[in-house]
Design a binder for this molecule. Sequence first.
Ligand SMILES: Cc1cc2nc3c(=O)[nH]c(=O)nc-3n(C[C@H](O)[C@H](O)[C@H](O)COP(=O)(O)OP(=O)(O)OC[C@H]3O[C@@H](n4cnc5c(N)ncnc54)[C@H](O)[C@@H]3O)c2cc1C
Length: 340
Amino acid sequence: MQEAKDITIIGAGPTGLFAAFYAGMRGASHRLIDNLDQVGGQLTALYPEKYIFDVAGFPKILAKDLVKALAEQGLQWKPPVHLAEKVVGLRRGEENGKPLFTIVTDKDEYPGRTVLIAGGIGAFTPRKLPLKDVDQWNDKGLHDRVLNPKAFAGKRILIVGGGDSAFDWAVNLQGIAKSIVMIHRRDGFRAHQATVDQVQAFAAAGKMELRTFWELKEIGGSSRIERVTIFNNKTKAEETLAMDCVIPQLGFISSLGAIADWGLEIEKGDIKVTQTMETNIPGIYAAGDITTYPGKLKLIATGFSEACIAVNQIAHFLNPAAKVMPGHSSNMALFGQKDD
Ligand SMILES: Cc1cc2nc3c(=O)[nH]c(=O)nc-3n(C[C@H](O)[C@H](O)[C@H](O)COP(=O)(O)OP(=O)(O)OC[C@H]3O[C@@H](n4cnc5c(N)ncnc54)[C@H](O)[C@@H]3O)c2cc1C
């Protein structure tokens, strides 16, 4: 059992990282817990190499660079960050007549005076290809995430899927991969139309193949992927293609997991919060993609704002004499400024 902190932040995505910044600014002891082995949430796990255009102050920034900046700012107070730990339970108790929440992970137990759930879309894992023994190809050419595009230099690639990630990688791996074949089980796409247009233009120019109504039947090879067999789900025709890598982009399965059983009010998989980011359990707050309220937008920018609101409310909850309004950072002695 670890020492009690003022705030246990579940999730080290953009919302959790910015919450950590505010926690330190408010002088609240805190820790972060995340299921992933790196900070950054969806940005790190799902689209580190994509540009983001709608974060204030950055006309254009790679997701991984935004995470780097968020970590530099958010973790400047050096809180403990417990990565690769999944939150699996909550025990409610009391400390000096006030609530004490012990967060139980698959590795340890963390008591805290309040909890801020910044769990995004929940603990998530990429959806697997529906093929028997598909895991045998992990690290042998099967990549459900693209963390480093350069790893695909000179490779023959099969992309499976029809959503944003599949189309984005078909575009972003142009000029890097030796060849790209993209298959999708139908002819409707869930991706942004501009990216679909781009991919269709690449295909028309012979720079890649885009095949609709084709699915993956089998992956073959000895120590690595060497070939794939695909089939047309309308004509039942089959083809075997020489291939080095398969990139399934079939979305991801996310789940609130144990958090859903804590007695929180949940609506369509999201935690209901008030405008002060309080849940129905006093002392438990939520912010970011995991929350819902009228007008909610699931965006990085809104997560930042909600983290700020939640932590300042928590500061007041922990010490009713403390104002909710934190003051202006530009005036704070904490940051070496004079007019505190
Ligand atoms: C492909 C793609 C592109 C996007 N592009 C943009 C964009 O351009 N602009 C924009 O504003 N938004 C974009 N988004 C959405 C944006 O990424 C999310 O709004 C943002 O990540 C939400 O941040 P968060 O911190 O609330 O949640 P997340 O980023 O989901 O982080 C939550 C963290 O909580 C952890 N967690 C969850 N449950 C548990 C548990 N039980 N135990 C331990 N840890 C747990 C997860 O592992 C995760 O790391 C995009 C999303 C995707 C998928």
